[in-house]
Design a binder for this molecule. Structure first.
Ligand SMILES: [Zn+2]
Length: 199
């Protein structure tokens, strides 16, 4: 026996989300049916608005409603330092730390031979262009995750950037090997920043 079609459709939609299997999707679908209509409407509107009103900043690749994003627009930020991260979530992690006031660049992934992710798939060309055009940048801090792919990506970028006479640093390993920036607490991140080393 099948559930009524609207439920089946809802289950199917939830199953498209990462980490949600059939069992959880079914639970969420029935939970949604049980919700107040007002809450469901709010939820649906939030989904549509997140998709329609947000995009990636053309300069730094961060997620934003504005173009360019708030950080790229803010001339009071330190224009000499730039942190390179894997995902927009990592920018939030650094901003929460509240000790860094420079710029960012979001790669949207890491180099990965297993997934077939090449430099062309990442936001790397725009980073190099930015470094060329934005002469104030004197230090690039590579803050990819402490995973094999994250390290390889940092090495790759370091080799590309260094000839431009820009200081390239890597976060210190206060971060455990294999750990993700987005899950690091503010103290750990601040320590990793302070202990960063030139590559
Ligand atoms: Zn931006």
């Amino acid at each position: 026996m099948q559930y009524p079609e609207p439920i089946e459709k809802l289950i199917e939609s939830y199953m498209r989300l990462p980490g949600i299997g059939n069992k959880n999707a079914t639970r969420l679908a029935f939970y949604t049916v049980d919700m107040d209509e007002e809450d469901v409407t709010k939820f649906a509107k939030a989904l549509i608005s997140a998709k329609r009103d947000l995009h990636y900043c053309q300069i730094c690749g961060n997620i934003t409603e504005d173009e360019p994003c708030e950080i790229c627009q803010d001339q009071t930020r330190d224009q000499h330092q730039l942190i390179v991260v894997e995902q927009p979530k990592d920018v939030m992690a650094f901003e929460k730390m509240n000790e860094y006031h420079g710029l960012y660049h979001v790669l949207h992934g890491v180099l990965s031979p297993t997934d077939g992710t090449t430099p062309d798939d990442l936001n790397i060309a725009s980073l190099l262009k930015r470094l060329q055009e934005h002469e104030e940048i004197t230090e690039v801090i590579l803050a990819t995750n402490a995973t094999t792919e994250g390290e390889a990506t940092a090495m790759y970028l370091s080799r590309l950037i260094k000839p431009a006479q820009i200081k390239v640093t890597r976060l210190a390993h206060g971060l455990a090997v294999g750990s993700d920036i987005e899950y690091a607490d503010e103290m750990t991140l601040a320590r990793a920043m302070q202990g960063r080393q030139e590559m």
